[in-house]
Ligand binder design. Structure first.
Ligand SMILES: [Zn+2]
Length: 118
């Protein structure tokens, strides 16, 4: 269910971006999947393949899913460090007062498109 709603979100964003770029067809969509979302990649890929049919521009699109690691910024020392597991803490000073910088969202990072010939 989670993966299905994320797939809808990716398709919507990619379709909008293609429309804005005046692209008739999208060949490839690079998607960054934040680790915090705990996405089942196979399931997400399945839903993307199943639902892209509803978007004429995206029917042939290949979706490249890349997991994005969690990085946090420490409120004490200001260092930004990558996290390997839950229980986030600063990799520099060990402080637990940290803010998530990346890895908490889904992002369409890049797209290859074909524009319509006029
Ligand atoms: Zn720190």
């Amino acid at each position: 269910m989670h993966e299905m709603s994320l797939a809808v979100e990716i398709l919507r964003i990619a379709d909008e971006a293609a429309a804005e770029a005046g692209a008739g067809r999208v060949l490839r969509v690079g998607v960054g999947v934040g680790w915090l979302l705990q996405v089942e990649e196979q399931s997400l890929a399945f839903h993307l393949r199943a639902m892209r049919q509803d978007y004429p521009r995206l029917r042939e699109a290949v979706f490249d899913l890349a997991e994005e690691a969690v990085r946090v910024r420490c409120r004490a020392c200001g260092e930004e460090t990558q996290q390997a597991d839950w229980g986030f803490s600063c990799g520099s000073c060990g402080c637990r007062d940290v803010a998530v910088v990346t890895g908490d969202r889904l992002e369409v990072q890049d797209m290859e498109v074909l524009t319509d010939d006029v």
